[in-house]
Design a protein around this ligand. Sequence first.
Ligand SMILES: NC(=O)C1=CN([C@@H]2O[C@H](COP(=O)(O)OP(=O)(O)OC[C@H]3O[C@@H](n4cnc5c(N)ncnc54)[C@H](O)[C@@H]3O)[C@@H](O)[C@H]2O)C=CC1
Ligand SMILES: O=C(O)CCC(=O)C(=O)O
Length: 363
Amino acid sequence: MNLFGNVTEMGHEQVLFCNGKDPDIKAIIAIHDTSLGPAMGATRMLPYVNEEAALKDALRLSRGMTYKAACANIPVGGGKAVIIGNPKHKTDELLYAYGRFVNSLNGRFITGQDVNMTPEDVRKISRETNYVVGVEEKSGGPAPVTGWGVFLGLKAAVEFRLKTSDLTGLKVAVQGLGNVGTNLCRHLHENGAKLFVTDINPERTEEIKRLFGATIVEPDEIYGLDVDVFSPCALGGILNSETIPQIKASVIAGAANNQLGEEKPDGMKLVEKSILYAPDYVINAGGLINVYNEMIGYNEEKAFKQVRNIYNTLLEIFDRADKQQITTDDASKQLAEERIANAKNLKKVLATTASANGKNGKS
Ligand SMILES: NC(=O)C1=CN([C@@H]2O[C@H](COP(=O)(O)OP(=O)(O)OC[C@H]3O[C@@H](n4cnc5c(N)ncnc54)[C@H](O)[C@@H]3O)[C@@H](O)[C@H]2O)C=CC1
Ligand SMILES: O=C(O)CCC(=O)C(=O)O
């Protein structure tokens, strides 16, 4: 593995390999960019097939967090952490040890709850460090806010591609009916959409059928359905050379992080099929917006205004992509990079002014 090659290519500032014997812990904390503020990103625990897969996940997810924050206009940087291992083997000691690693970064990295981690786990991590968010869940946890943001982003994509703001009768296929998927289904149902759903857990599909009259399909049938929108709300990497040829929907808008298997080629395949893709890190920013607002003192009105902005930001990204004939993923990276460059320039100007004032004796 070309370790520094990968890190340099994606532009990471720092990658911390956390290793301990007692308790046995292996984790990777990736800090991508702190130009806008401390790196924020939740921690996940997964039994990765190998260490390379864990590193790739941490690198891609943390870079996605940088773009997520910049596109959402949240003044934080991008980071993410992965604990390598089977969540069934999670112990309090492991979480405390992990908390000490987070603390050793002195606030350069602030974390919360991601896949296979619970609010209770985050509370345990917080015994060892203050650099955690979502412990007290002052706002009811991030998933309802993420689900609402995804709903607004889906509406923007439907309006842009299908030229309608009326969701009545719109056919939407939802993959993954967990915390976010369930909330999304509720909004879609309340707005008259027709739901087709799948999950590997039959209890979840049965509940969504009961609550919202959804049609249940098998996990491998979800891609090829004759629907208007496909909404991935389970796993990453599901838009790839095997699944894209099956997709009949003209819009893809869902919560899962890292949906594109290979960013460039798979993004281009969607363009070739005239499928409008809402970039994951733009549409699913509701969770970050929520935890950021908890951190600075929760103000519901402000947080909701920031979430509502996901709709406008996506319209701007779709328009940019269309005008420049680039993928929506490239258009959103462009927007994020412009905002980060502006922030860096502003910092430089402020530093130069402060130093000039210092020399002139001004305070
Ligand atoms: N919770 C949040 O606020 C945020 C979540 N996300 C992302 O959104 C996605 C969903 O998050 P949550 O709802 O919180 O997770 P969750 O763990 O509550 O739900 C995921 C659901 O997907 C199902 N699933 C797993 N593999 C599947 C497969 N092959 N086919 C169909 N269903 C499958 C699981 O059984 C589960 O019901 C994740 O990728 C997460 O990283 C992104 C931003 C914020
Ligand atoms: O919970 C956090 O720390 C930030 C949100 C996050 O990690 C995500 O949006 O994937």
